[in-house]
Design a protein. Structure first.
Length: 156
């Protein structure tokens, strides 16, 4: 698997990408500055364009929250593939910020964001798929989505 491109690794996983989301506000979904790719906060978009909705600890479980974070990762991959043409244009993940919509007593934010981080490792490998990270809890997120993630990546 070491010699495979990021796109080939994605193909081997047998996953499908949801449609890349269009901005619903005044922002860009991504911005390239030199060799850096900044990705705005993404939510968990399903293949039918609907969002996964719910608050972790109330409406959805911890495991469902982790799956929602994986779906956010797929949504981020969709933005990259749609706009840059290939996942292989990303050299490495530099930073991930994971925001978790959860009850005040919920304490497993890193577990939730691992859903996205583990996906990035599957795509870019241990060396390039793991960057710095923050995983924090919020009282609410837009449209009551359970997870929002933004990322900074280095391009080749």
């Amino acid at each position: 698997m070491e010699n495979l491109t990021a796109d080939q690794r994605f193909e081997q996983l047998g996953l499908s990408l949801p449609p890349a989301p269009k901005p619903l506000g005044v922002y860009k979904p991504y911005l390239i500055d030199g060799k850096y790719l900044y990705l705005s906060g993404h939510g968990p978009v399903r293949n039918d364009k609907s969002l996964i909705i719910g608050r972790i600890g109330d409406d959805i479980s911890q495991d469902e929250g982790k799956l929602a974070a994986r779906q956010v990762g797929l949504t981020i991959l969709s933005t990259i593939k749609t706009n840059l043409g290939s996942l292989a244009k990303v050299k490495r993940v530099i930073k991930v910020l994971g925001m978790v919509n959860c009850t005040p007593d919920f304490e497993k934010h890193p577990f939730i964001i691992n859903g996205c981080s583990e996906l990035f490792v599957q795509i870019w490998g241990e060396e390039n798929g793991i960057g710095t990270r923050s995983a924090v809890g919020f009282g609410s997120l837009p449209d009551n989505i359970p997870v929002e993630i933004e990322a900074l990546m280095e391009l080749w």
